[in-house]
Design a protein around this ligand. Structure first.
Ligand code: ATP
Ligand code: MG
Length: 559
């Protein structure tokens, strides 16, 4: 099921030659499409984009970028009822954030309704489409049939073209009720592919459209509209997910049966991205939001691009993940541990290190007169140019509660009565005794070179700033909640992880009070964290993007 390998730096340098890259390069070599590569990303603006869409975006924009082409951002708004401006804006924001640019090529499918109407009329005129009076139930159930048996032709199939044309105009003029008539392509009622059994091209819907208002009461179906949108825009490679593979013969039929289309697009399909421990359809995600299971569409537990951004994931990490998953024609379930691995790998390079204590235990230093007022701390050992900073030190520290044990088990190398431990950037502590809630220690400078086996982190209790720290775990407690729900006849909600969010009140080094929303840090020994947009002066809020423990690296090392 899980088919990814760990991304190697070499792969990042020379991306894998997946089949779509191969097709595009072959086409370029053969001089097809006048040497142009034009792709498009066509979201339906009826929800927020998720990491599955990120895969499509990386492929659509990425293939154009790699081959000197262009990628259009097209709102696929042929369905009038449920689109919202909020979604259109968030889609643009997400695509930009992922690092892609559509330039001047931002389109609405609804802008083409006039031309689409004319194309449909052309098919009718040529005897390749007709106005059908069967109800949806009749044509889709009784007449269409089920392979291997042939379907039955509609009694309206041989209606003269002039009569169909007149009815189509009447449909547009609002003279017929929803569902009373529709336009169907005349293809093959015996085809083993149901999509070729006289599919519907146009239907009546007396509904206002967010973009075209009340101009139209007839709307094209997806199967008719999509190839036309691609042809009108001069798309060369129309890349989509595998569920559209069975629609491709109809896509080609539409293109091949119309004259004077400006271009001849071709559709290629790749496998959708599915991710463990989550659900990935806009409908389900919206459900979780509406039911209050999460705090909103950009809740950091959500697989939405907005959620991942708020959690502290980077566009670079998401792009590396998509590249590592690869582009194939096999449906598979990708391990979220691989995504987390990509996030760690990227944040390791770019995130500044800071000190924070999430579950504080008070340490009091007895030889207070000997201690420094501040220490130098390295900002990022992976990036020398990040330099160092001063961190205030004092005779009262917080350390992590589990970094001290009065009765330690064997091989416990942290702070214990009578024992010593190194404290990050600031020498050593030797525990003298416990007094109430305080661990009383003696401090020794870094030069003391005590023989110790552990290093712990700390903050100065006098200077540290309190912060709300949100610790996230997987949203669902099983790998594939939808599949498991289906297999066991259960509701997928049953598999929601009740512990997906835990909140701690921690203490962070004072410099973090000035951090900006969405700024990312490594809290040493604790993981990568990101400033939540809820954070304000006096109320710092951090989200944990990912822990430091890389389960994926372990799996990959064993393999
Ligand atoms: P959902 O099923 O989540 O509601 P959708 O397919 O209806 O998504 P669209 O807005 O129609 O969403 O999709 C825009 C583009 O994104 C399409 O080309 C679609 O193939 C692609 N896409 C959607 N989901 C995925 C996914 N999980 N993996 C890869 N590509 C996807
Ligand atoms: Mg869709």
């Amino acid at each position: 099921m899980k088919n990814e390998s760990i991304p190697e730096p070499s792969e990042a340098a020379a991306p894998a030659k997946h089949f779509i890259r191969q097709i595009i390069e072959d086409d370029l070599r053969a001089g097809k499409n006048g040497g142009r590569v034009v792709t498009r990303f066509p979201p339906e603006p009826n929800g927020y984009l998720h990491i599955g869409h990120a895969k499509a975006i990386c492929i659509d924009f990425g293939m154009a970028l790699e081959h000197g082409g262009e990628c259009h951002l097209r709102m696929d708004d042929t369905n009038p009822t449920k689109e919202e401006v909020e979604y259109i804006e968030s889609i643009q924001e997400d695509v930009r954030w992922l690092g892609f640019d559509w330039g001047k090529h931002f389109y609405f499918a609804s802008d083409y309704f006039g031309r689409m109407f004319d194309c449909c009329a052309e098919l009718i005129r040529k005897g390749k489409a007709y106005v059908c009076g069967l109800t949806q139930d009749e044509w889709s159930k009784t007449y269409r049939g089920a392979p291997p048996a042939a379907g039955q032709p509609s009694p309206y199939r041989d209606r003269p073209a002039e009569e169909s044309l007149r009815l189509f105009e009447e449909m547009r003029a609002g003279k017929h009720a929803d569902g009373a008539l529709c336009v169907r392509a005349k293809i093959d009622m015996a085809s083993p592919n149901l999509h070729l059994r006289d599919p519907v091209l146009y239907r009546i819907l007396h509904a206002g459209h967010p973009h075209t208002g009340n101009t139209w009461c007839v709307y094209p179906t997806y199967d008719f509209a999509h190839p036309l949108e691609d042809a009108f825009e001069g798309i060369t490679h129309s890349l989509c997910t595998l569920e559209f593979e069975v629609h491709r013969p109809l896509y080609d039929w539409v293109i091949d049966n119309l004259d004077n289309l400006p271009s001849r697009p071709r559709q290629y399909e790749f496998a959708r991205l599915n991710l463990t421990y989550t659900v990935m359809s806009k409908r389900r995600l919206l459900e979780l939001v509406n039911e209050g299971r999460v705090r909103g569409w950009d809740d950091p537990r959500m697989p939405t691009i907005g959620g991942l951004r708020r959690r502290g994931y980077t566009p670079e990490a998401i792009r590396a993940f998509v590249e590592a998953v690869g582009v194939t024609k096999f449906e598979s379930l990708s391990d979220v541990a691989l995504l987390e691995h990509c996030v760690r790998d990227d944040l390791n390079k770019r995130a500044a290190r800071r000190l924070a204590v999430l579950n504080p235990r008070r340490v009091v230093i007895e030889n207070a007169s000997e201690i420094p007022a501040e220490v130098d701390a390295v900002n990022n050992p992976e990036d020398k140019s990040a330099g160092t900073r001063k961190v205030p030190f004092s005779s009262e520290l917080f350390v992590e509660a589990d970094d001290f044990m009065e009765n330690p088990p064997p091989k416990y190398f942290r702070l214990t009565p009578g024992g010593s431990v190194r404290i990050r950037y600031a020498g050593f502590l030797t525990c003298l005794r416990v007094e109430g809630d305080a661990v009383v220690c003696r401090w020794s400078p870094p030069e003391a070179a005590l023989k110790v086996k552990g290093t712990i982190h700390w903050v100065s209790a006098k200077h540290a700033v309190p912060a709300e720290v949100r610790l996230y775990d997987r949203l669902f407690s099983v790998e594939d909640p939808m599949a498991k729900a289906a297999a066991e006849g259960k509701d997928y909600h049953e598999f929601l992880n009740p512990d997906s969010l835990k909140t701690a009140t921690g203490f962070v080094e004072p410099g973090l009070a000035a951090a900006n929303p969405l700024e990312r840090f490594q809290f040493e020994r604790l993981g990568y964290f990101c400033v939540d947009p809820d954070s304000k002066a006096g109320r710092l809020v951090f989200n944990r993007a990912v822990t430091l423990k890389d389960t994926w690296a372990k799996v990959a090392a064993k393999a």
